[in-house]
Design a protein around this ligand. Sequence first.
Ligand code: NAD
Length: 473
Amino acid sequence: MTDITTHLFINGELRRAKSGKVIAQVNPATEEIFCEVQSAGAPELEGSIEGAQHAFTESWRDLKPGRRAEILFQIARLIRDNTEKLAQLESRNIGKPISDARDEVQLGARVFEYYAGAISRFYGQTIPVARGGLDITLRQPMGVVAAIVPWNFPFPIACWKAAPALAAGNCVVLKPASQSPLTAIMLGVIAHQAGLPAGALQIIPGAGSEIGDALVQHPSIRKISFTGSTAIGARIMALAAPELKRLSLELGGKSPNIVFADCDLDQAASSSPMSVFANTGQDCCARSRIFVEQPIFDTFVDKFVAATRGLRMGDPARDDTQLGPLVSKSQRESVEEFLSSTAGTITGGKRPSFKGYFLQPAVVTNVEPAERIWREEVFGPVVCIRPFDDEKEMLAEVNASPYGLSGSLWTNDLKRALRVARQVESGVLSINSHSSVHVEAPFGGFKQSGLGRDLGMSAMEGYTELKNIYFGE
Ligand code: NAD
């Protein structure tokens, strides 16, 4: 691959960093550096925020809704036209299986289409107030939004922050993760080609530890939309507090998969491995704690392990690969440390003989609830499975986690499904399914999994201030 865009994208131009600093990009499937990306420093941060502020007041905020929608639709079109290139970049940058990468590019396009259509359906209210007159609400853009994106789903998460923020009339300074900036840079270029004014979407790769704090604290940044770890989310919340900056935080998870004895056992067991091992387990929604009702526990584990053995791990560039490598050497080591910490029974979890940061998926049974592998987010291909007898006790353990992002529930008893679904403390829950993300529906967590919501109309509301206007009679 020769034509990789490796520059910062600021005010409609590809730029080099003044410092000359670069971030090496490693292909985790080969362990080799394949390109170097410019790393933003203080001057680029300042320039990008200033340019975004200018684009906000001078062009984007006041553009007619119809034109704004046309531009977002055109971005979606260009994303679709560039599917293969974007997918190849993502796959090489983080080791994502190419078929998943293609699906995620389509998801990104779909997000732009949804918010392009949403612009003309983003209604306010008319409120019959007691004293008469006319009371209406307006949803107004905030200004410049900082979008901070993690490395595990770089392209779709960049899209699902940029699209609703732009649709609502804001401008965006987007910081991709250092490990995975390539598709975000290309998104900036595509959006500009589609007619987005220069400065409305700035892409500034750089280390969070170097420019993150300054980005979050900059006085012109009105909202921070962050997806990443709970630790950094908490830090950002503290940094945002003095100026009461608006925040949405999509953070870590330790999601449950609850399997009752009356479920369709074959379907639950055959689909559950990919609910935790997809993206090599590097998924905030990974169903990494499985609770199985005692009468079917042994059968479920046998079927789950058999289905896991059938997953194809290997070269992410192959169409039939389901499991790629972990994103980095250190990520694999961190997962191995979790595995060595448990006294449970581990099936799998070994390095294969070929090169790359691969690790076989690991199934851990006989694990105790006090163990860190059961309690903490591993962010790798590891699942723990425990039996349960009593619904109430199981729910207490499900909710003992500080996280509350996602989860699944398998049962054919409708009343039980509703009863249990109401009690699980999570922002997203699927019944007889493992899907978590729908472009049209709110996505986000309870407790330490975050606050605010991505996707759906909730996300667009989250990029606005609500104004009440009263007309006297
Ligand atoms: P991370 O928190 O290390 O980094 C996320 C982003 O924050 C990166 O762009 C990073 O450069 C930046 N960053 C780091 N320090 C910063 C600082 N001081 N100020 C501002 N930005 C800073 O997370 P990660 O390792 O990239 O991603 C994995 C984590 O993300 C996991 O915990 C996972 O569960 C979570 N995640 C959550 C969701 C969700 O929607 N809830 C989705 C994907 C990933």
